[in-house]
Design a protein around this ligand. Structure first.
Ligand code: DGL
Length: 293
């Protein structure tokens, strides 16, 4: 077997500060059912959102180099904060292709907006980096971008999931019931009403946790706004990146899904992560952060 053929069988490496990036891993597994996935959640150092861009860049580079050492054929930075802080540095530093979550979401927004007024919500790091504004305006400089940091949405996702212990395969389907609670709706209204007043017709969910809040966000933004999930768009981008390089796994391949976390106790990662990924996380290893540095 030559190297080009065997490397197609390697997993796609995916990482996030924690469990949010599993929304992207889930979309990848659905769009590319023959691809194996190796997911890394840096739970011990989560959240990345309130950290400086320099620190997040350093963490993201450590993880990318570690994933390359584990032998992955492509890396997906399934975290907007890490993409904003480190995409270019990582692309320059590692030998495998690297896909972030910001450009795919930006491209989708540019394609659907008619009014050319686009909203973006994300963590403090992502919004302060202006990465979405740059990505959107590099595609269409005539678009006006309205950004808002919505850091408590990460907290809501994690809190809500702890309130609900339904069978893991149901969690995405039950999101409406789970997250449309008065306390959560009040926070969401505070964050989103200013964006509504800006007459946007498109809203980008610039954090990989946020697809879990889609019904809550939809209930406030109304039925006519396009809501862009970077998870779906990134899966499409990975598909074309692999196609372009002739790196798609053989169609008959049975995929394997493995997970690693820096959490000292992986119980929450396994339970909440399985609920997001849509099936039990059966192969989970814990990694000492010192191994990354
Ligand atoms: N999943 C991260 C992102 O997409 C948000 C969580 C965090 O702050 O670490 O930005």
């Amino acid at each position: 077997m030559n190297t080009a053929t065997s490397s197609t069988k390697l997993p796609i490496g995916v990482f996030d500060s924690g469990i949010g990036g599993l929304t992207v891993a889930r979309a990848l597994a659905q769009n590319l059912p023959q691809e194996s996935i190796f997911y890394f959640g840096d739970t011990l150092r989560c959240p990345y959102g309130p950290r400086s861009l320099g620190e997040v860049e350093r963490f993201a580079l450590q993880i990318s180099e570690w994933l390359v050492a584990q032998k992955v054929k492509l890396i997906v930075i399934a975290c907007n904060s890490a993409t904003a802080a480190g995409l270019e540095t990582i692309q320059r530093s590692v030998k495998v292709p690297v896909v972030g979550v910001i450009e795919p979401g930006a491209r989708a927004a540019v394609q659907v907006t008619a009014s050319r007024r686009v909203g973006v919500i994300g963590t403090i790091a992502t919004i302060e980096s202006s990465a979405y504004t740059r990505a959107i305006r590099s595609l269409d400089a005539g678009i006006t971008v309205f950004s808002a940091a919505t850091p408590r949405f990460v907290e809501i996702v994690e809190q809500g999931m702890r309130l609900d212990r339904s069978p893991i395969e149901d969690i995405m389907a039950q999101t409406a019931a789970l997250y449309i609670r008065p306390a959560f709706a009040e926070i969401a209204r505070d964050y989103l009403n200013p964006l509504r007043r800006c007459s946007i017709d498109t809203l980008v969910l610039g954090c990989t946790h946020y697809p879990l809040l889609m019904p809550l966000i939809r209930s406030i933004m109304g039925p006519d706004i396009h809501i862009i999930s970077s998870a779906e768009e990134t899966a499409l981008e990975v598909t074309s990146a692999l196609e372009r390089r002739n790196q798609l796994a053989p169609p008959e391949q049975l995929p394997t899904y493995s997970f690693a976390t820096t959490a000292l106790d992986p119980t929450d990662f396994i339970q909440l992560g399985g609920a997001i990924f849509g099936s039990a996380l059966t192969s989970v290893e814990t990694v000492d952060v010192k191994e990354l540095t």
